[in-house]
Design a protein around this ligand. Sequence first.
Ligand code: ATP
Ligand code: MG
Length: 404
Amino acid sequence: MTQKQILIHYGELSTKGHNKKMFTNRLAEHIRLRTKHIPDLKIFPQYDFMHLKWESATYDEIIAILKFIPGISRFEPVYPVAKELGAIQEKALALFAELGDYEGKSFRVVAKRSDKSFEYDTLSLQRQVGDVIGEAYPQLSVDLRTADYKLTIAIHQDGAYLSLISIPGLGGMPYGSSGKGLLMLSGGFDSPIAGYLMMKRGMEIEAVHFASPPYTSPQALEKTKKLTAKLAAYGKPIRFHEVPFTAIQEAIKEAVPDDFSMTVMRRMMVRIMDQLLIQQKAQAIVNGESLGQVASQTMKSMAVINEVTHTPILRPLIATDKNEIIELAVKIDTYALSNEPFEDCCTVFAPKSPKTKPRLSTIQAMEEALNIDELVSQAVAGTRSILIDHDYQPNSQVNFGDLL
Ligand code: ATP
Ligand code: MG
């Protein structure tokens, strides 16, 4: 087996000065976790790029993994060859042979030498490799500025390295390099995308789902677990918290006039989030709100809901339109799941005409009918947590008859 290599370019974290080592270590850790089934893969974090070297897996396998890892701006397979003109030309031709698409395309060759003792200077090396490619593929024109295909040849002390394609990464920052947030995850389109965006920006995420059985179904719960699995593909296994919310919904239904119930319910959710935040040592609440989308997402509503906490509530979708959210849902493959029709707690108890401009003092007066501390601590105490990874499978029903 020949050695294979990929060079990873960091992008934005490369501007982070002396913290950079923390960022590159996080990235290396994440890559190590997702490649642990390839034991011979070695990771060499360097100042400006990260080098991966391995033998026992294909390039495609590694490329598929790297596309899901935040903190990579682009990466390129690099092919090591002997430091001899003939070997370099031969590998260059082999790489171009794999492209398969030449009509109307252009190419260029860029050589770099860190080993100045190599017998050809960069210009002569570029010309001699360019010539064999031009002869083999007369359809290709040479373009020294914006070529479709750029072959890079780096001459180092230990050998020559060729690279031809540069693959875009996810961008963003390494997972876990920007603190931890608790994502309020409903079954809709918005909240998974909010989680994805924060994860891409380096925030570690745990998911919190408020469930109101029997008003909400086991399928609705399962759907949010599957959504969590989709998100976990972009990070590490995600802790999923299921908060029992039925008693609170019923108490609100009984004590609070319909039009105000939504605001009170949201305030209860945030109070519970705050308790979980302390337990899980997180620093922010993340939700899928988008300005003006529904009554609870007006400026006035959000202000009244925010009033119960000092914790930052991050709303990465606040300025996005629904169609932009849907585009992202298609891209990260949450669309079909979010589109499943199971009711979640908010739709079941949704009032017909919720207040879009609730007054804080009115809401506070109504909350006096509720035993808030007890309701919150019971919900927190009853919360069940599991760890969900990208390969999550719903627990299959065990038929006890089969076990006998
Ligand atoms: P989504 O925003 O996920 O599409 P939705 O459009 O039904 O769901 P709302 O009901 O307006 O959104 O809720 C706004 C935000 O509140 C959601 O994006 C989500 O972050 C949070 N949220 C709503 N319901 C729940 C729930 N049952 N569990 C956890 N978080 C929830
Ligand atoms: Mg929404």
